[in-house]
Design a protein around this ligand. Sequence first.
Ligand code: MG
Length: 167
Amino acid sequence: MARDYRCGVGYDLHRLEPDRKLILGGVEVPYEKGLAGHSDADILMHALTDALLGAAALGDIGEIFPPSDPQWKDVASEVFLGHAVELLRSYGYEIVNVDAVIILERPKLLPFREAIRTNLARILGIERGRIGLKAKTSEKVGPAGRGEAAEAHAVALIARDAAPKVM
Ligand code: MG
């Protein structure tokens, strides 16, 4: 049967502030600052959630999980990502692969990359070989480069069996 492929893109930015934990892909990265915002402000999971929702044209993270709804207030970002995965499954989609870039001046993320990919594989229900993850600096310019913020970009490819065309 023909497959119906959809790709989606996601982006997120949060400010870096003292006295916050730096949580990326659900993994705590030791650093003097962390991301500010609702719950853990996990930019990677937020960008991935938006990429998955976008691929299925199901809206965005703020629409599906409004902070004004007590059900979603201050929950861990893993809950958003896990719920987006469930939502896609309910529409018959499976995740083919995801890829992401984190833009952060410091600290270096390479030592944490495999732990993050392993955690994402668990939540997404796909093998690690289908999860790309890179980290880049921003050449000391812009909010990320000045250490004021961190950004994440993500893409996702999803697929389901194509519905037969009605002639
Ligand atoms: Mg966010």
